[in-house]
Ligand binder design. Structure first.
Ligand SMILES: [Zn+2]
Ligand SMILES: [Zn+2]
Ligand SMILES: [Zn+2]
Ligand SMILES: [Zn+2]
Length: 302
């Protein structure tokens, strides 16, 4: 029994390492820029989007697969690279396009962070495991051997739309931008304090997370589409509760979800701020014009 326990601790450790490493590079939301240009009427407009080369894959659309790099050699499946040589995965930052999308139009999915799937956190996507040191690998009880599920929030497409403002995020009125920004900030703040526990507390914590997501779902349709898939996904993870380390695993799964949603919200926050900056520039220009016009009239009057 003792050696069994040790086996499971080692296994859990391996899994946690797998999560930690299964991260591809991501953009820093606060540093994102979206160029504008002043037109001949003096109005600041969004410049046409120039598709820049993706820095994560240097334009290749593929990166080294980090999902399966810690799998034992005998594992033949990987949701990212299928374990096919040279074990490359689609780049999550650009969705495999090689160039970055217009951040005002498309952005990384809050459900999967561009992976296109939700990886099973019981087997780390490998689909099976040696239970209790058995020679034979057993199918993972959570995913039934599939290793994960297609992301329902983006339908496997990796990129999604941003804030649903009227008429669009690009052209939204400042009043609406401010409202969206306040709601977004509040959830980012709450998510940063979200410290989920696994085990008996997991269901309660998942409920709290769902409530947080629902509080911004009217502004963010991709978050609305994430709620059910993430909740369903978490219920599947309980099938791993017989394994040692499952409490930490469940907690990490929820923490991970919160981080992915936070990343999406931070990208959106940045876009809202840039849209606000543009509105402000135009309001200032308009105020300047009005003052000039008035001065002009006064001159004529003299
Ligand atoms: Zn890329
Ligand atoms: Zn792989
Ligand atoms: Zn997704
Ligand atoms: Zn699994």
């Amino acid at each position: 029994m003792h050696s069994n326990l040790r086996f499971w601790s080692v296994f859990a450790l391996l899994l946690l390492c797998a999560f930690a490493s299964a991260q591809q590079k991501a953009l820093i939301p606060e540093k994102l820029e979206r160029p504008t240009a002043v037109d001949d009427k003096g109005v600041t407009q969004w410049a046409e989007h120039k598709a820049e080369q993706c820095p994560a894959c240097v334009g290749k659309g593929k990166v080294k697969c980090t999902t399966c790099e810690r799998y034992p050699d005998e594992v033949t499946q990987c949701l990212d690279c299928k374990r096919a040589d040279p074990r490359e995965a689609t780049c999550r930052m650009c969705a495999g396009e090689g160039t970055l999308p217009d951040p005002l139009e498309k952005t990384t999915c809050p459900g999967c962070s561009g992976a296109s799937f939700l990886i099973c956190n019981v087997c780390a996507g490998a689909g099976g495991m040696h239970i209790g040191g058995a020679k034979q690998r057993s199918k993972c009880p959570a995913c039934g051997g599939d290793g994960g599920w297609k992301c329902g929030a983006c339908d496997g497409k990796r990129l999604v739309e941003g804030a649903a403002l009227k008429p669009s995020l690009k052209e939204a009125k400042d009043k609406d931008l401010q409202k969206a920004l306040a709601a977004t900030d509040a959830v980012i703040e709450q998510l940063s304090k979200f410290e989920p526990k696994g085990g008996p507390k997991a269901r309660k914590d998942m409920k709290a997370l769902v409530k947080l997501l629902e509080s911004v779902q009217s502004t963010y349709p991709p978050i609305k589409r994430s709620v059910k898939p993430l909740d369903d996904f978490m219920s599947k993870m309980y099938a791993g509760s017989q394994f040692q380390g499952s409490e930490e695993n469940e907690a990490a799964t929820m923490k991970n979800m919160a981080e992915r949603v936070t990343y999406y919200l931070k990208l959106q926050k940045r876009m809202i701020e840039l849209a606000h900056k543009r509105n402000e520039a135009n309001a200032q220009a308009a105020a300047g014009c009005a003052a000039d016009g008035k001065a002009g009239k006064d001159d004529k009057g003299k």
